[in-house]
Write a protein that binds this ligand. Structure first.
Ligand code: KIV
Length: 279
């Protein structure tokens, strides 16, 4: 009988790391799932400790960590580097790496080679890629070779120039039809879940009812199987960023300034370091 080296069956039974299978099952169990993005070890560790189901190392990394204007210039190496850190911080949550622009679109074999690095080098449990029915053959092949795939349809930021801006998708009949057919296509291709970004709530609801895999919404209203948010948005690290669907829980930007001002004042006044803070 197969037995992983160095681990007993009892310790395996106690482990609580969620699997892709658990994520799929939550839909059948009617359990709402909670996803957040994370890009570093300690954020992952803290979000994991409070019980998020999934951590996505989103390509939003390029914007919210590196301060670039879009996701387009993120490299595979940067994404893998951050994914590996998040994986080490997550004892419970599923960790998914988000494949950057042009690391999976050019050929299926390149997509397999690059997606495989998320599992082999970074230790992620799967990858996310953007696109609907046109990505079905790629998704199918990734799943065939053992790489779980999370789909992403609606507002797919890697196509920002095609859309001409960050706009709500699926408003016209033709794009509504495309999104409905794409949702089915990515499910049939083998996705374990699909992100629905910036689409009208009635369309998200229709897709959710139609699919057997979980739908994870961002700006897609309440009738989805789970929600995902960009962590930096909900902690308020960028005060200038505003979006209707974002609920801001904290103003970290103001706190950072407050801490910076406090330290500046203490150093300049000679208050820091005190005797207790000196070796
Ligand atoms: O890159 C990202 O953070 C994402 C989520 C918004 C779904 O794709």
């Amino acid at each position: 009988m197969y037995r992983p080296a160095g681990r007993s069956w009892s310790s395996m039974a106690k482990q609580s790391k969620l699997t892709i299978r658990d994520i799929r099952k939550k839909k059948a169990d009617g359990e709402k799932q909670v996803w957040l993005t994370a890009y570093d070890f300690f954020t992952a560790k803290n979000l994991d400790a409070v019980g998020v189901d999934g951590l996505l190392v989103g390509d939003s990394l390029n914007m919210v960590v590196y301060g670039r204007p879009s996701t387009l210039s993120l490299t595979l190496e940067q994404s893998l580097y951050h994914t590996e850190a998040v994986v080490r911080g997550a004892k419970h949550a599923v960790v998914i790496g988000d494949m950057p622009f042009l690391t999976y679109q050019q050929s299926i074999s390149e997509a397999v080679a690059n997606a495989g690095k998320y599992l082999k080098e970074a230790g992620a449990q799967g990858v996310k890629l953007e696109g609907g029915m046109e990505m079905a053959a790629t998704i199918k092949r990734l799943v065939e070779v053992g790489i779980p795939v999370m789909g992403h349809i609606g507002l797919t930021p890697q196509s920002i120039h095609k859309f001409g801006g960050y706009r709500v998708q699926g408003k016209e009949d033709v794009s509504k039809k495309y999104l409905l057919e794409s949702a089915s296509a990515v499910e049939e291709a083998g996705c374990f879940a699909v992100v629905l970004e910036a689409i009208k709530p009635d369309l998200a609801s229709e897709i959710t009812a139609h699919l057997s895999i979980p739908t994870i919404g961002i700006g897609a209203g309440p009738s989805v199987d789970g929600q995902i948010m960009v962590i930096n948005d909900i902690i308020g690290l960028d005060e200038e960023f505003k979006a209707k669907f974002v609920r801001r829980y904290f103003n970290l930007a103001a706190k950072i300034r407050e801490v910076g001002e406090g330290f500046i004042s203490d150093v300049r006044s000679g208050d820091y370091p005190s005797k207790d803070e000196t070796y």
